[in-house]
Write a protein that binds this ligand. Structure first.
Ligand code: HGY
Ligand code: MN
Ligand code: MN
Length: 426
């Protein structure tokens, strides 16, 4: 990838036209859709609040002179046209949030992409390639599992067959949620399946402590660690809490706590210091204070950078939940919900990001992402890379999620510089 001086000047001009007030105001505005009393955001994918947020983003895009299209998984694509019929440069992220999420996870990357379009318009810059800002559906995977549904269905449309049947906790299927989306935005053209892209750059908060610990404002993300999601269901026998003698009970919770302890132990053994494991969602039936639990389902989220460790974890969790010792105390079933291998990003794009940071005289470090992102799927589709800004105290998936304003602005300037450069590449 090469650039001439005129294009470098354009990239500088676009970066300089990023408007901090406009960006920070947009962060607060988007956070108002599903705002929580504690300052966080609760905006499940394709919920009414998410549809309201999408309406705000679509209206902003139209005011910028952009076209907006959607696809079979309600991904949104906001396009600033280029002067030549070339494959677009893509950026963007997700706008759905955790139930007690922050204002920035995903949303920052979407709004920074829109701000880059504003900056290109303000600088009066035309680019050879179109610029697409993507808003990927259901990245968090909390309403519908698995996560990153929209970006995975973009690169592998065949996944939709399975995804459409997935239901949320109320029994609403993705198909029904997509139908509601289509009825909400009837005028939104649906684009054909995945079109080629020149590159995809995702700007995101780090959601961990590394940049803050290093006192650095920007991180160039070389890749994403692998992830495994499982659901483990332990089945016992409901019985009276007061009358049933202890030796004859088949308490599903006793079994679940025991199995959780086994999984936690081998996860830490296998992955050592790089292990990340948690058991975040529990559902109990009949969930009554004075009835012995008949069924307990808990989720497992295991992450690691080494594919061999991930494979060993798959093997051990299968053994642990199908071993005979468990069967005598009750039944156990294991459901695989989500699996993605570690991803390495495109080295030439990483260089572009380094050049953008250097132009802005911003010191950086290279790091691997502990969180997964839509970029892990886009990496199959086109040259892909990510840029991070620091998270205060490394906190995310929490209303306290925060990044300093000057870091949010600097990250957006670096993204703008990089996108303007890429949009003028042959
Ligand atoms: O779970 C994740 O890594 C992402 O934040 N959804
Ligand atoms: Mn995210
Ligand atoms: Mn997240």
């Amino acid at each position: 990838m090469m650039t001439t001086d005129i294009y470098s000047d354009n990239a500088r001009a676009v970066a300089a036209h990023v408007d901090s007030g406009r960006l920070l105001e947009a962060v607060q505005k988007l956070a108002s859709f599903g705002a929580r009393d504690d300052g966080g955001v609760d905006r499940p994918a394709l919920s009414e609040r998410d549809l309201d947020a999408r309406r705000y983003l679509i209206e902003r895009a139209a005011a910028l002179g952009c076209t907006v299209t959607t696809d079979h998984c309600a991904n949104l694509f906001i396009r600033r046209p280029g002067t030549e019929p070339l494959a677009p440069v893509m950026t963007g992220s997700h706008a759905d949030t955790q139930p007690s999420g922050g204002k920035l996870d995903g949303c920052y990357g979407v709004l920074a992409g829109l701000e880059c379009i504003e900056a290109m318009n303000a600088a009066g810059i035309q680019t050879r390639r179109p610029l697409d800002v993507a808003i990927w559906t259901n990245e968090e995977g909390t309403r519908f599992q698995p996560g990153a549904m929209g970006s995975s269905a973009f690169v592998d449309p065949a996944l939709m067959q399975r995804y459409l049947k997935v239901a949320d906790a109320t029994g609403t299927t993705l198909a029904q949620a997509l139908e509601q989306h289509a009825q909400t935005f009837p005028a939104l053209p649906t684009r054909s399946e995945a079109q080629p892209a020149h590159a995809f750059i995702e700007l995101h908060i780090e959601q961990g402590p590394q940049l803050e610990n290093a006192a650095l404002p920007l991180g160039i993300v070389s890749g994403i660690q692998g992830v495994r999601w499982y659901a483990v269901t332990c089945t016992g026998v409901a019985a009276h809490a007061g009358t049933t003698p202890m030796p004859v009970r088949r308490d599903a919770m006793t079994l679940a706590i025991d199995v959780r302890a086994q999984i936690d132990a081998f996860a830490r053994e296998l992955g050592q210091d790089d292990t990340r494991v948690t058991f975040g969602r529990w559902s109990i039936a009949p969930n009554s204070i004075n009835t012995i639990p008949a069924s307990v389902t808990f989720t497992v989220d295991f992450r690691h950078p080494d594919e061999a460790v991930l494979a060993a974890f798959d093997q051990q969790i299968a053994q642990c939940t199908q071993g005979t010792q468990c069967k005598q105390r009750g039944d156990i079933t294991l459901e695989a919900l989500f699996s993605h291998a570690p991803v390495a990003f495109d080295s030439a794009l990483l260089d572009r990001l380094g050049e953008a940071a250097a132009t802005l005289e911003a010191p950086t470090m290279t790091l691997t992402s502990g969180a997964f992102h839509d970029a892990m799927y886009l990496a199959r589709h086109c040259p892909t890379a990510m840029l991070f800004v620091p998270s205060r105290d490394g906190i995310s998936h929490n209303p306290l999620e925060h990044t300093d304003d000057d870091h949010l602005v600097l990250g957006t300037r670096a993204l703008a510089h990089c996108l303007a450069t890429l949009c003028n590449e042959p």
